[in-house]
Design a protein around this ligand. Structure first.
Ligand code: SF4
Ligand code: SF4
Length: 242
């Protein structure tokens, strides 16, 4: 078993890394992975890579924004190059980005990266909400498994909860999170949340690590396009049943 050198990933802004032994995952999660993608049980480990803070956007920008999905493409390229440099020829299966649904926030909880914020974006001390999951792999590696981070949620000691008051849709007003209210507001003409989450911007935790404006715009404009596409498909399926 060898310790992982994540220096090349850190340099690319892919500065959150966690390694899990598949056999040490919960039976439910390991069973799901085996059933969905690894019936032959070829892979010993699950590797989760994320980004935190502004570094990734700068690295993606420097590499050239030449594809429709430059963040995903850059992240996959860096991670596969990093893996190949240390484990040439190792069996690997990419879970994310990919076609099989995967509970990234659940993996983030296992790594200790994720606490729930009121608006359901993950939050952790230091980085605040300015982190994300970029790549998840199954690999037949023998890296030293990571110890999960053990931190308290910043929300537990946040008494004035400015994020809740800032949400123009009142999506958190009743103590839960009203996804429909959020999406409905985001899609309105003149919405203040078309290319950002106003609540997220108001959270003081990790404010110094906030993504550059262009990164925030890129992420939220993309998610709004995805929402519009999903709703369009749902409408088409609905009318096809009439
Ligand atoms: S403003 Fe407070 S409650 Fe809201 S996400 Fe930030 S820390 Fe949590
Ligand atoms: S995107 Fe806008 S509407 Fe949705 S939770 Fe954030 S602030 Fe509220």
């Amino acid at each position: 078993m060898s310790g992982a050198d994540f220096g090349a990933l850190d340099a690319a802004g892919l500065n959150l890394q966690a390694v899990f032994d598949v056999d040490a995952l919960s039976p439910a999660l390991a069973g799901r992975l085996h059933a969905q993608v690894d019936p032959a049980r070829r892979f010993r480990q699950l590797i989760l890579i994320g980004n935190a803070g502004p570094a990734l956007w700068h690295a993606v920008h420097a590499a050239g924004m030449t594809t429709p999905d430059p963040i995903d493409d850059f992240s996959v390229r860096c991670v596969m190059r990093w893996l190949a440099a240390r484990w040439a020829g190792v069996a690997v299966h990419r879970l994310y980005p990919g076609d099989v649904p995967i509970d990234l926030q659940g993996l983030g909880r296992l790594a200790g990266w994720h606490h729930d914020s009121p608006f359901k974006v993950g939050i952790q001390p230091g980085w605040g909400t300015w982190f994300a999951y970029r790549v998840a792999l199954l690999a037949d590696t023998a890296l030293a498994p990571s110890a999960p981070l053990t931190t308290a949620s910043p929300c537990a000691s946040c008494t004035d909860t400015p994020c809740i008051a800032a949400c123009p849709a009142g999506a958190m007003a009743d103590g839960g999170f009203a996804l429909d209210a959020c999406i409905g507001y985001r899609q309105r003409a003149g919405s203040r949340c078309a290319t950002r989450c106003v609540a997220r911007m108001r959270c003081p935790e990790g404010a110094a690590q906030r993504y550059p404006d262009a990164h925030i715009h890129h992420v939220y404009a993309h998610s709004l396009r995805m929402i519009a596409r999903y709703r369009e498909r749902a409408r088409a399926a609905e009318s096809g049943r009439d």
